[in-house]
Design a protein around this ligand. Structure first.
Ligand code: SF4
Ligand code: SF4
Length: 375
């Protein structure tokens, strides 16, 4: 462990940390978890026993929202230190059981939901989509996402997006059953080797079909294909960017919706990639909509706790879930629809609507689903 510790010290420049605490101050889980990212920086530096540190349950409480890294005045990367510690934890076999299952699913079937690979495109059976491996030709690849492909709730987002793309004349094909998990969450769970395997599989497909442009359902796929794969000459966009561009001219979504709508910024879209305006532009363009923003929005948005592998592990903390706080804030503001643009946010927020008993007051919808209602 001594060698690994020195590697962490060097790689994450832990000597540069002056313990200002701005990282912990912005951490959405710090108030309810034992996880204290500032303390972690100094503990790795000073403590002898890294083996004990990597066994702590709270390492799995981090949602990889990246707020700590974005706020560090020294330009350090506390989030990546934490992911590095998870990687050691995975190497040593100290992994929550549900995370092991997700990793095994990604390895065996190409998705962390342990669903059959040959059923990946079943969600689109009736849609007659073009599929690259079946000879389909298109200017853009629609990268669907494991959750949109298999989760029965999120499948509706994929179907809605197909309707939206067709409405604006956006030419796309999918990889069908050949699409493999993008690896975003796998990397953030600390399984770098498996992430690389998944990335290589997808890059092979991208090259095989000479794909130059990708649109994603999920901000997690968007972030990892754009920033982790970082392929020269490959344009990667989130679907909200495509749709915001399409409504700039003659808006093809002109139906009315007399509702009060607020928007939850997914961390991987907003904080991590600066895409704040496009989702709002889309919602504000809908005739009849009254759009209101949360107090904690954009760069200060509250995380839903769905990222960084948290879809597959229960947190060690006891406090209210952040998604429940978010839902209550939306209800208190008088919102009727809580919009988002991420499969994980959709699932965590919708669950929070149920656990807080707000089903009669608030509907959680993906932006694509809202647009289909105003086609
Ligand atoms: S914000 Fe940066 S310098 Fe300040 S305590 Fe956190 S890691 Fe250290
Ligand atoms: S990435 Fe987010 S949740 Fe994780 S330690 Fe940093 S601020 Fe906290």
């Amino acid at each position: 462990m001594e060698a690994q510790k020195n590697e962490l010290l060097q790689k994450f420049e832990l000597y540069g940390c002056f313990q200002c605490g701005k990282c912990t101050g912005g951490c959405p889980v710090s108030l309810k978890s034992k996880l204290n990212i500032r303390k972690l920086m100094i503990e790795v530096l000073l403590r002898e026993n890294l083996s004990n540190m990597i066994q702590r349950d709270e390492l799995w409480d981090c949602t990889t929202c990246k707020t700590c890294t974005l706020r560090c005045p020294r330009g350090l990367e506390p989030m990546d230190l934490l992911i590095g510690m998870r990687a050691l934890s995975v190497e040593e076999g100290h992994i929550p059981k549900t995370i092991i299952e997700a990793l095994e699913g990604a390895y065996k079937y190409g998705n962390p939901w342990n669903a059959a690979k040959n059923k990946r495109s079943d969600w689109a059976n009736e849609l007659e989509l073009k599929v690259f491996p079946q000879g389909g030709k298109a200017a853009n690849l629609y990268f669907v996402c494991c959750t949109a492909a298999y989760d029965t709730r999120v499948q509706n987002v994929g179907r809605s997006l197909v309707q939206c793309f067709r409405q604006i004349g956006y030419d796309f094909a999918t990889l069908g059953n050949d699409e493999t998990c993008c690896g975003s969450e796998i990397r953030r769970m600390g399984e770098e080797g498996l992430f690389e395997m998944l990335m290589e599989g997808n890059i092979e497909s991208i090259n095989k079909y000479d794909i130059r442009s990708i649109v994603t359902t999920s901000p997690h796929c968007y972030n990892t294909i754009k920033n982790d794969y970082a392929q020269d000459g490959l344009e990667v966009r989130h679907y909200t960017q495509i749709l915001a561009e399409a409504i700039e001219g003659k808006n093809p979504f002109s139906g009315e919706m007399r509702k009060v709508i607020t928007y939850h910024d997914p961390c991987f879209l907003g904080k991590q990639n600066g895409i704040f305006d496009e989702p709002r532009q889309i919602l504000q363009s809908i005739p009849g909509v009254t759009f209101i923003d949360f107090d904690r929005s954009r760069e200060n948005s509250l995380c839903c706790e769905g990222g960084g592998g948290r879809m597959w592990v229960e947190s060690s903390d006891q406090g209210p879930r952040l998604a429940e706080i978010r839902v209550q804030d939306a209800v208190d503001m008088g919102a009727e629809i809580l919009a988002t643009a991420c499969p994980f946010c959709l699932l965590t927020l919708e669950d929070a609507v149920k656990t807080t008993g707000n089903e009669e007051k608030l509907r959680v919808m993906d932006i694509s689903e809202i647009l289909v209602e105003v086609l």
